[in-house]
Design a protein around this ligand. Structure first.
Ligand code: ADP
Length: 399
């Protein structure tokens, strides 16, 4: 069985074609500058990458070129589109109604349109990607996998904000949580690595990348997560503030005369690692500056490490324990020094890692960091959201 996974952003679109019989990616690539120019990079294992500058008026153009390349006599990997059994689309937000991965039709797509006001950045491009797949491959089973759906199991006291309840009823203002597909993937992998069923495990997963979130999963069900109504809540990120006293925003709006849009921009694009360090949003550059003695770069890392610790601690309290701790995504998988900082002085919680393995273990592989005698099993698990989407799509087809 072959499944095409599509992840559409506002001006870019990633794709991967999986052979589910082997689990292999047989082609993948990236379309960039959609609507503002265009370029495609198409990759096949063991072959030279193909790059072409083109014009993408919209997502239709991009997906049309992807399909053309996949079936191209020299650059392609399949003879024709009938070899693709289904398409799996990544969708960041499923709102309150779309709470599991599913095959979608008009009704679900109309619902996605209706929740664009609470998902203005990621909603429109995802819908465009879905619509383009429907137009270009009519009748092909089309699944959506929602980043929010892993959080369908959150108890109400974890997702309702203590503001007037009418705002939840009127505008669906609540915690939704994001990165769910990544947290779900690494949680399922943790189950395999520990060799115990999730129904017996309390797991904390740290997805630390440009965007970062931490999720608590108790006996197989997500019970809390650090991202909220939007991917803004929780940890400080590359350019996002994460959680701050909400009245800081209204105060700054008053004293700086910021409009709501300017305040959003300040919180989304000028804060986090970049805002504190003044150096970069990229973890590597912030570390480099900190190591050269830049005090604000050091401070940005101190804040991040401290906030990760605090959220881990709060989830241990929420679950009355933790058995497994996982690091994933760009920073989680690669930033050994940050992992060391986070896991230092956590013996009280049963967390301790082997310094040598943490600092010198192989990159890009699943790696157990647990120190001898530590109660909590700590792992690095490279995330693979695309494979999770392909697996969900395959599971839906076989139902
Ligand atoms: P996204 O959230 O966009 O998917 P990624 O998961 O790819 O992002 O993570 C990107 C982040 O990972 C960048 O901020 C990058 O600096 C950081 N990163 C990658 N490698 C390292 C490293 N060795 N040390 C510190 N940060 C790293």
């Amino acid at each position: 069985m072959k499944i095409l996974v599509i992840n559409a952003g506002s001006s870019s679109l990633k794709y991967q074609l999986f052979d589910m019989d082997t689990g292999d990616v047989i082609a993948k690539g990236l379309c960039e500058k959609i609507g503002i120019g265009g370029a495609i990079t198409h990759k096949r294992p063991g072959k030279e990458d193909y790059h072409e500058e083109v014009t993408f008026r919209d997502h239709d153009d991009a997906i049309a070129l992807v399909l053309k390349l996949l079936t191209d006599p020299t650059l392609g990997v399949i003879a024709d589109l009938s070899e693709i059994d289904a398409i799996g689309n990544r969708v960041a937000h499923g709102g309150e109604k779309l709470r599991r991965s599913m095959l979608v039709g008009d009704e679900e797509i109309n619902y996605l349109y209706s929740i664009v006001p609470i998902n203005p950045l990621h909603g429109p491009p995802a819908i465009k990607g879905i619509e383009a797949c429907r137009r270009l491959m009519p009748g092909k089973p089309l699944a959506c996998v929602f980043d929010t759906s892993f959080y369908a199991t959150l108890p109400d006291y974890a997702y309702i904000y203590p503001i007037p309840y009418e705002y939840y009823e009127k505008y669906q203002v609540r915690r939704y949580g994001f990165h769910g597909t990544s947290h779900r993937y690494v949680t399922e992998r943790a189950e395999a690595l520990v060799g115990k069923p999730l129904s017996e495990l309390k797991v904390i997963t740290c997805h630390l990348g440009n965007g970062s979130s931490i999720t608590a999963t108790k006996y197989g069900k997500a019970v809390d997560t650090s991202m909220g109504f939007t991917p803004q809540e929780g940890l400080p990120m590359g350019t996002r503030s994460g959680s701050i006293d909400p009245t800081v925003v209204t105060y700054l709006q008053r004293v700086e005369g910021l409009s709501p849009e300017e305040a959003d921009k300040m919180l989304n694009s000028k804060s986090g690692l970049l805002g504190v360090s003044g150096v970069s949003s990229d973890g590597r550059e912030v570390w480099a500056a900190a190591n050269e003695g830049n005090a604000r770069a050091r401070l940005a890392i101190d804040i991040l490490a401290y906030d990760i610790k605090k959220i881990i601690g709060s989830y241990v309290a929420a679950m009355n324990g933790v058995d497994v701790l996982v690091f994933t995504a760009g920073i989680g998988e690669n930033d050994r020094a940050l992992r060391a900082r986070v896991c230092a002085d956590m013996e009280y919680l049963g967390i301790a890692i082997n310094e040598d393995v943490n600092m010198n273990g192989p990159r890009g592989k699943e790696l157990e960091l647990t120190a001898e005698g530590a109660r909590v099993k700590t792992f690095v698990i490279p995330t693979d959201e695309e494979y999770m989407i392909a697996l969900d799509t395959q599971r839906l087809l076989s139902k």
